[in-house]
Design a protein around this ligand. Structure first.
Ligand SMILES: Cc1cc2nc3c(=O)[nH]c(=O)nc-3n(C[C@H](O)[C@H](O)[C@H](O)COP(=O)(O)OP(=O)(O)OC[C@H]3O[C@@H](n4cnc5c(N)ncnc54)[C@H](O)[C@@H]3O)c2cc1C
Length: 460
């Protein structure tokens, strides 16, 4: 769709009806970086109206999520408000309910009564991400904690503190074992970083709980593969395993969670142990909303061409975790990571601008630069441009690289300050009482919903 010269002459006094509408659904890495690039290239072009719809009004920096759970970073320091990031974009805080590709509209539920709005578009960018996959294991979705959203990190932090408080009192001695057993399922980046962070948090907190000791804590990392962190080389996976075991963690390879109850976890090797907490990072699946779209999909992800267009639907683009993006160089597909979603976002924006202004589209091409995992206690593992790093240097690279990637100078300063103060002070043990809004998988009796009101039972 090109913007003709005659239309350009009518720029001044242009009504909303005559504007070209670019609608981005999803405010994660893919959506925000598409909008940032569009804002940069089209910021002053009044012919184009850019709108973003997302249920969160912030961009969550997921690589640092485990640091919020482990009380290393303040809750709001790893999120950036969309309105501050994208002053040239209209933001619509709502839940996408339906995408009608034939009528070129998106239905969005919004407000406390969830009334709906119908938003028309000329170009639609689908960046709805993925959701946790519970593989239909009975009881798992209701009982497991997940590690995907800011709310998840807050809930996990609260859960750890609540369990330490409960286990410390004598009346709970009989059920201490269950309260102090933490199982993490899945040993990809999210699982390993979360397991390391939980382990450090709980063990470091023990000195404030006089009735608890190291031997009472049980941390189990369960994974189906031979070695953890399968995305990295085997030697780095083995190094990470060794480090976690040195810190008291049990690493169970070639094992899956086969059953979960309110009070226990059973593994595929037949072991059952009493555990109050199962953290599930063992799989994701594309956003279920995509199932209703009449386009080609592969295991739930939208198939796109090398320009990130959805074939057969002109003006519809998809990227990030919800899209299956062909890799022209390898003949395979690009992995669903933030570093890919960011570059795909820029590519979609360039191609939309080309479609609007009549230029030529560019195919998406990107090679993973590196992958890094923080293992806590100033150790990490990293594979960058084919080189392996482990220990302090990898941890330092993790912090330096991710700090540089965190959007906005203000948030960089806040995180750097948190990390500096961390050298002097111990981790905070304040439980957050939560109010409204964020969905949490949790037993009802222990349910806390994420928000920001601190319950003043502070000890740290
Ligand atoms: C704990 C964790 C750690 C990670 N660490 C790394 C890392 O170190 N490096 C790396 O490269 N990648 C990492 N990733 C992966 C990375 O976060 C994802 O690949 C990336 O977020 C994908 O971007 P996206 O835009 O496709 O989806 P997302 O970032 O998930 O964004 C999807 C957006 O859509 C919104 N949304 C969804 N459904 C609706 C709806 N119905 N209505 C309105 N809005 C909706 C969501 O609120 C969200 O804002 C990590 C992921 C996790 C969970």
């Amino acid at each position: 769709m090109g913007v003709t010269t005659s239309r350009r002459r009518h720029l001044t006094g242009m009504s909303r009806e005559t504007q070209i509408r670019v609608l981005i659904v999803g405010g994660g890495f893919g959506g925000v970086y598409t909008a940032l690039e569009l804002q940069r290239r089209l910021g002053r072009d009044r012919e184009v109206q850019i709108t973003m719809v997302s249920r969160d009004n912030f961009l969550l920096f997921t690589p640092m999520l485990h640091e919020v759970a482990a009380s290393d970073l303040d809750i709001t320091h790893i999120v950036n408000p969309v309105r501050k990031l994208l002053p040239g974009v209209s933001f619509f805080d709502g839940d996408v309910e339906r995408v009608d590709l034939d009528r070129r509209t998106v239905v969005v539920a919004h407000g406390s009564d969830s009334h709906t709005h119908e938003l028309p578009y000329d170009h639609l960018v689908i960046a709805l991400g993925s959701v946790t996959n519970f593989f239909a294991l009975p009881g798992l979705e209701e009982r497991a904690l997940t590690m995907k959203s800011l709310g998840d990190a807050i809930v996990l932090r609260n859960r750890m503190i609540a369990l330490l408080e409960e286990a410390d009192t004598e009346c709970c001695a009989a059920i201490r074992e269950r309260l102090l057993t933490f199982v993490v399922a899945g040993a990809g980046f999210a699982g390993v970083e979360t397991a390391a962070a939980v382990n450090d948090f709980v063990r470091e907190a023990l000195r404030f709980y006089p009735n608890l000791s190291e031997e009472m804590i049980r941390m189990v990392l369960v994974h189906p593969g031979e070695v953890i962190l399968p995305e990295l080389s085997e030697s780095l996976g083995r190094y990470a395993e060794r480090k976690l075991e040195e810190r008291g963690m049990e690493v169970r390879a070639r094992t899956k969670v086969s059953a979960v109850t309110e009070t226990s976890v059973t593994l595929s090797d037949g072991t059952t142990f009493a555990a109050s907490t199962l953290i599930w990072t063992a799989g994701t699946t594309p956003n279920p909303l995509l199932a209703m779209l009449p386009c080609t999909k592969d295991r739930g992800r939208l198939c796109v061409n090398e320009y990130l267009e959805v074939p057969g639907w002109p003006g519809v683009w998809a990227l990030g975790d919800c899209a299956l993006v062909p890799n022209g160089a390898s003949g395979a597909f690009h992995p669903p990571t933030a570093q890919h979603a960011i570059r795909e976002g820029r590519c979609v924006a360039r191609n939309i601008v080309a479609a609007l202004r009549g230029g030529s589209r560019r195919p998406f091409a990107f090679r993973t630069i590196g992958q890094l995992a923080s293992l806590g206690r100033r150790t990490g593992v990293a594979q960058i441009l084919g080189f392996n790093f482990s220990g302090f240097i990898a941890w330092w690279l993790w912090r330096t690289i991710y700090l540089s990637k965190l959007p906005r100078f203000e948030k960089k300063c806040r995180v750097a300050l948190d990390w500096t103060l961390d050298l002097v002070f111990s981790k905070d043990l304040v439980k957050f009482l939560t109010a409204t809004g964020v969905t949490i998988s949790h037993p009802p009796t222990e349910r806390v919903e994420a928000a920001t009101v601190a319950l003043a039972t502070a000890q740290g």
